[in-house]
Each structure stands twice: as C-alpha cells, then as structure tokens.
Design a protein around this ligand. Structure first.
Ligand SMILES: [Zn+2]
Length: 423
C-alpha cells in the first residue's frame, strides 16, 4: 500500500481513549513514544512505532523531528457568529462594574445583539470565517458554534444560516447550537415567559431546516430561571435536539442539577455549582464544560471547582467560550494553561478535556477528539518537546501543522522549530 502521508519520528503521539472519560479515567492518557502515523484517503490508516515505518511508502513524508502529534483540538463552546466588538467595556470593567450591572444598563450582550441585528448575513459570515481560521491555526479541527445574539426570529435564523454556510464552505466540522434564550431582549423586558414562548415557537423551523443539532439556554439570575430553563429544554428534547445549558456561572441556582435531570449533553460554566450539583454530574452522563478563560477575563478570583468535579467522578471538558464580551480569545491553548494554573488540572486531564471529552460534549464522540485507524485524520503537529509543555508555555501558538481529514489546513510559515532532541 502507498499511503498519502506518513508522519514519522514523532516524539509523543497522544492517543486519548474512548470517552467520555470520567473522574480517575481522565488521568489516563495513552502516549506512544517514537511513533509514526500513516494517512490514506483522509483517514488514519496506520499507527505504530517509528522503526516499523521505515519500509512504508507514502506520497508525502513529514518528519516530526521528535515533536508531539495530537488529535485535532475540539472547542465545545463558542459564540462564533456576532456583529460588532466591545473594547469600550474595558474601562467599566476596570472600574469594577459587575457584568449583570453592565447588562442592566443595556451594555454587554445587548450591544452585541444590536450590532448582530444590524449586520448582514454576508458580513457576519466574513467575520466568523476570519475567527474560524484563527481557531484552526491554533489547532482546532472541530467546534461548536451558538446563535444567541439575535434574540428575535429573523436574526437567530440569520446566525444559524451563517453557521450552516461555514460548515459547507469551510474545512472544519461545526456543531450548531440554537441559543435563542441567551438573554432577554429589550422588547420583552419583564416578560421572560412570553419571550421564551417566542423562542420555543422557532424550534420547528430550526429542526425542519436542519439549522442546529443542539439547543442551549442561559440559566442565571436576571436571565432565565431553572423552571423556565426546564420548560425550554423539554420542548427542545421533544423535537429531538440535544440540550446544553449555561448553568451556575454567577449564582448557584441549580442549573447543574437541572442539566442532569434533563439528560443534557453538557452543562457549561458551573463556577457556582453546588456540592449536590457536582455529585449529580458525577453520577450522570452529562459533561461539565468549564470555561476558565471567562473567569479570567471577567477578572474574578473564583474558578469552577474542576478538582472536586474530577475527584468525585465527573467528566470534565474545556472550551474557549469565544465571544465578544466575556472571553475574547480563539486560543484554546491559552485555556489549557489556565486549566493548569487555575483549575489545578494535570496535563493528562487537560489533554483529555480538549480532545475526547470535548468531542463527547457536542455529540461528536464517535468522530472527533481521537486518533484511531479508520477515523478522520484530524491532527496537529506541535512545536513542543512533550505534551506537558503546552499548558506550561502560555499565551502563544504552538501549532506547527494542522490537518483536517488528512489535508493541511494550516501550517506555520517559517521553518524554525523548537529545539528538540532528535530520535
Ligand atoms: Zn457561552
């Protein structure tokens, strides 16, 4: 057999196990040293020791020079499509104005809603494509993207159509999530139940036109209650959508428990999750998607209790939460560093969290987040000497080469690589 691509002399090839990985299992990361991987027709065709690759034939041979190869990263929580930007809020943040207060004053998310409504579909597409390419350049090959900056039928559908077009036109796999109930629009001030009915009324269109496979709601003080969230999630489940929830980010309302009760595919944020909520997660198949970049960016000191979650047996994942207000970064590697520093996760737990568990958190456990013969060859060659190096050396891009289904989708322009021992 002549392979399309052979990557040889890999120092460490990361092979996360089948997921979701819960609790203790998150500490296990299979690492094949001095390895090679062969690709044919966009799929992983062979994985083994480098010495066995010497006789193999391939149209293209990539010398990894002792560096690390991992599955393509999966970002399971992003707000990719939006209009405008909010750099003007920095001064308010510096003055210590709390987020819910900025929201009350019509700032925060509502200014993004205004800008997103005012931007054309083409304009949103162009902008999202730019961000998406930047994500790919940082090693992401699969992600989730939410609507939620329209808060009206027309704009929510416009955002979802943009995600559909990105799926069709781009290389990356994107899971689309309908997040109509992301905030209360000014037109429905003090009428959350009516707004929720309006959003539930949209679900038929969303499902009919295959615009999303997941639905999400922001359950928080001043936004939607646990009871309202339950009502929305039930309606979504009845139509066959997977459900997710922005839960217990600021106040401990019981959104985590609700996620488990509803069989949500993931519960996200969870900074204020109660001990009962954490135990419920551990006993469930719902994945905790933690967003330490948001806590960091909001200037808070209290981070989600990742250690308690993992130690009690829950499956934990990590995401950027890329959005124009509370976490403005496409760099999932930066989140890996924050997970090490602020969530006290080990490098093994972090890698499982951004690959296999992240894929499971968006219903892609079968297709993404792992390297296995027969699966899509989505992978990253990193300019690092070992996998612990990425959480350690923070804030920069370590990706050298990113492949989606065996095709290069991003490559570092210069050939200068991190100095590593040669095998
Ligand atoms: Zn979010």
């Amino acid at each position: 057999m002549i392979y399309d691509t052979l990557i040889n002399r890999i120092g460490q090839l990361l092979l996360p196990a089948e997921g979701p990985l819960k609790g203790e299992d998150m500490k296990q990361l299979v690492v094949l040293e001095d390895a090679a991987i062969a690709i044919k027709d966009g799929k992983v065709a062979w994985i083994g020791q480098n010495e066995k690759a010497a006789q193999m034939e391939a149209r293209q041979v990539i010398d990894a020079m002792g560096r690390v190869v991992s599955p393509g990263l999966v970002d399971p929580h992003t707000h990719l499509v939006f209009g405008g930007s909010r750099e003007g809020e920095l001064a308010m943040k510096q003055a210590g104005v709390p987020y819910l207060e900025i929201l009350k004053q019509g700032g925060g998310i509502l200014s993004t809603v205004k800008a997103t409504r005012a931007t054309s579909e083409e304009g949103l597409l162009k902008k999202a494509k730019f961000f998406l390419n930047r994500m790919a350049s940082h090693g992401v090959t699969t992600l989730e993207a939410k609507s939620g900056y329209g808060l009206d039928r027309e704009t929510e559908l416009k955002q979802l159509r943009v995600v559909s077009r990105l799926k069709e036109e781009g290389a990356l796999d994107i899971v689309s999530t309908f997040l109509g109930p992301h905030a209360l629009p000014p037109e429905y001030k003090d009428r959350p139940d009516e707004f929720l009915s309006e959003m539930i009324g949209m679900l038929d269109d969303v499902v009919r036109d295959d615009l999303a496979s997941c639905a999400d709601i922001f359950c928080e003080t001043g936004v939607f209650t646990v009871e309202q969230s339950r009502r929305f999630m039930k309606a979504c489940l009845e139509l066959g959508l997977d459900v997710k929830i922005h839960a217990d980010e600021i106040d401990s309302l019981g959104g985590t428990e609700l996620a488990v009760e509803m069989g949500a595919i993931s519960a996200d944020h969870l900074v204020a999750a109660s001990d009962e909520g954490i135990q419920a997660l551990a006993d469930s198949s719902t994945i905790a998607v933690l967003l330490p970049g948001t806590t960091f960016y909001l200037g808070k000191d209290e981070y989600a209790k990742a250690r308690a979650m993992i130690d009690s047996g829950a499956a934990v994942s990590l995401a950027t939460d890329f959005n124009p207000g509370s976490c403005v970064t496409e760099n999932l590697q930066m989140i890996m560093s924050l997970a090490g520093l602020k969530l006290k996760m080990t490098p093994e737990e972090i890698w499982n969290a951004v690959t296999v568990n992240a894929a499971c958190a968006i219903g892609k456990g079968e297709d993404a987040g792992r390297l296995e013969v027969g699966k899509d060859a989505d992978l990253v060659l990193w300019d690092v000497p070992n996998y612990s190096y990425i959480p350690y050396h923070y804030g920069v891009n370590h990706a050298n080469l990113v492949m989606k289904r065996g095709e290069k989708i991003w490559e570092r322009g210069d050939a200068h690589v991190f100095s590593v021992p040669q095998s």
